[in-house]
Write a protein that binds this ligand. Structure first.
Ligand code: SAH
Length: 247
């Protein structure tokens, strides 16, 4: 059995299937580490025309997703994946962050329902465990949000990233709540911009110190909100102001 089993419920399965089949997630599926499926909500719509939306009660612009097809799709997914956490994508939901991604990766089974149009009939929420937002902006549908959620959770499953360490040091990933240090690869000089000499030194202790300093500085300069919550050791405070020759 895969370590993470996911079913995305959408009116536009192809939007999701293409993304999930490529690169790291595609390989992880081939390796059997994750199982990522997409189900068309329309399969659960009744009648010859399989209608999934209708005009809003009380009037107003746009269409609303009817409660029955999405609820039926959720119930069928719950039956296939017993114990799954069922999420509904919604700008009103809990905001996705790395802590939530970790929680969802650990859950092992996820169902993610995508809204469209003006949104979904409120009664669908009775069938879901949690509403999740990917940020304070409005998308045309839940598919990109579902892919963000699934991607962020799946890459935390052991074995999905080739190098076990890749998910450790990165932004929000470590125990220390820092943004990640910058990366460089070849060539050593590009358009007159040089790779920091420390990284070419071969001195692993200094490289680690440099990376720590850059992570501290990036967090201070870009995300003062995160920086304010850090409990810095004396050495970190010194490191923040240290020049390259003092590392
Ligand atoms: N009328 C709604 C927006 C509907 S957008 C409102 O003002 O709140 C249509 C669908 O896109 C939503 O049902 C939801 O599933 C998805 N969606 C849009 N923005 C999102 C976001 N920031 N996070 C998660 N899902 C989102």
């Amino acid at each position: 059995m895969a370590a993470l089993e996911v079913e995305i419920l959408t009116l536009f399965p192809r939007m999701c299937a293409g993304y999930l089949a490529e690169s790291i997630l595609g390989k992880a599926q081939e390796a059997g580490i994750v199982d990522l499926r997409v189900t068309d909500i329309r399969e659960f719509a009744a009648g010859k025309h399989r209608v999934t939306d209708d005009a809003p009660y009380g009037g107003g612009a746009g269409m609303v997703m009817k409660p029955e097809p999405l609820t039926e799709a959720v119930l069928a997914a719950r039956a296939r994946l017993p114990g799954a956490r069922v999420l509904l994508t919604s700008p009103r939901g809990r905001k996705l962050d790395q802590a939530l991604a970790r929680e969802l990766a650990a859950a092992g089974r996820l169902v993610v329902a995508c809204g469209r149009y003006e949104g979904v009939d409120e009664r669908v929420t009775a069938a879901v465990d949690m509403e999740v937002s990917v940020g304070d902006f409005v998308l045309t549908g839940g598919e990109l949000a579902a892919l963000c959620i699934v991607d962020a959770a799946a890459r935390l499953v052991p074995g999905v990233l080739g190098n076990e360490e890749s998910a450790g040091a990165e932004s929000f990933g470590g125990q220390d709540g820092l943004l990640e240090h910058p990366h460089y690869t070849r060539p050593p000089v590009y358009r007159g911009m040089e790779v920091p000499a420390v990284l070419l030194s071969g001195d692993h202790r200094r490289i680690e110190r440099w990376r720590r300093r850059e992570a501290l500085r990036a967090t201070r300069d870009r995300r003062p909100d995160l920086f304010a919550r850090l409990r810095l050791a004396e050495d970190d405070i010194r490191l923040l102001e240290a020049g390259d020759d003092e590392l």
